[in-house]
Design a protein around this ligand. Structure first.
Ligand code: UTP
Length: 287
């Protein structure tokens, strides 16, 4: 079965982006004029997903507010002839099914995914971390296909220089990558010392998981800071059945910290058809 539901964990505290995230959830910070969360939903839609479960917290009401209808704004836009913007606003949260699950204490990514169990049901599902923005939907679409074909979970991979592996989850490949960038995964380690890293392939914020992961999450012992790590549950899966990684060369931005966010906004603004050429001229003059 191919995944048609995606879980987007958005209940974290965004401490690397304080003080902005005191009032504005990190997932709603704009990439030009669009919340990062919307870009992630668009990526999921492009990969064939038709149901998104946003894991949020009651301390972040702005996340749900983003999906609420805004009749006054729409009426104002229509009365001044801005129908295209009004249509766009009306489509938010209507062009795919959106449900909410709650994680009121940020107990880690594994715990956040576990909070979506009821909304997902007993079927494979995607997980997209909203502070990583991808250039397009191709990686997620390929991962959904690989999971449907193998019946196992699949993680997105990126190759990094060996001296950078210690900041990430690293896979231990069971063999070479095939022509499509797919590799069987034996196991994985979280933040290994460089000398002990089993490869230079790190796990990025895209997953397609089989539903047995929910039982595994319940068995994970809390680690540092009481957090339930998703990687611990994935390791149990990899050691007990088919588990693959997909390496892709598409553009990827880490928008979870101020420098990464700014880099993404500048690069994407340079490519933007509405403001790109004006922005390029200004940036060129500035430099
Ligand atoms: P991050 O670790 O990047 O987000 O988790 P964070 O914890 O909010 O950020 P910092 O480190 O304090 O700056 C990746 C995604 O997982 C969600 C976050 O909201 C973010 O979108 N997350 C993380 C949860 O939903 N619950 C958690 O317990 C942890």
């Amino acid at each position: 079965m191919r995944a048609h539901t995606a879980v987007i964990p958005a209940a974290g505290m965004g401490t690397r982006f304080l003080p902005a995230t005191k009032a504005v959830p990190k997932e709603l910070l704009p990439i030009i004029d669009t919340p990062a969360l919307q870009l992630i939903i668009d990526e999921a839609a492009g990969a064939g997903i038709d149901h998104v479960v946003v894991v949020t917290s009651h301390a972040k009401p702005a996340i749900e507010a983003y999906f609420a209808e805004s009749p006054e704004v729409v009426a104002k836009l229509r009365s001044t002839g801005r129908n295209e913007v009004a249509d766009h606003l009306e489509r938010i949260g209507r062009d795919m099914r959106i449900t909410f699950a709650y994680q009121d204490v940020a107990m880690g990514l594994g715990h956040a995914v576990g909070c979506a169990r009821e909304a997902v049901g007993d079927e494979p599902f995607a997980v997209l971390l909203p502070d990583e923005i991808m250039g397009d939907s191709s990686l997620l679409a390929q991962m959904c296909d690989v999971s449907a074909a193998t019946g196992g979970s699949v993680v997105g991979l990126k190759q990094v220089p060996r001296d950078e592996v210690s900041a990430y989850g690293v896979i231990d490949p069971a063999g070479p990558l095939d022509a499509d960038g797919v590799v069987s995964v034996r196991t994985m380690v979280e933040k290994p010392p460089v000398a002990e890293a089993p490869s230079e392939l790190i796990i990025i914020g895209r997953y397609v998981l089989t539903p047995d992961v929910f039982d595994k999450i319940e068995r994970v012992q809390p680690g540092a800071g009481g957090e339930i790590q998703l990687t611990d549950a994935l390791r149990m899966q990899a050691e007990n059945g088919p588990f693959h990684g997909v390496l892709s060369g598409i553009r990827r931005y880490d928008t979870g910290n101020p420098l990464g966010w700014l880099t993404a906004v500048v690069e994407l603004a340079l490519d933007d058809e509405r403001i790109g050429s004006q922005f390029r001229t200004w940036l060129h003059d500035l430099l």
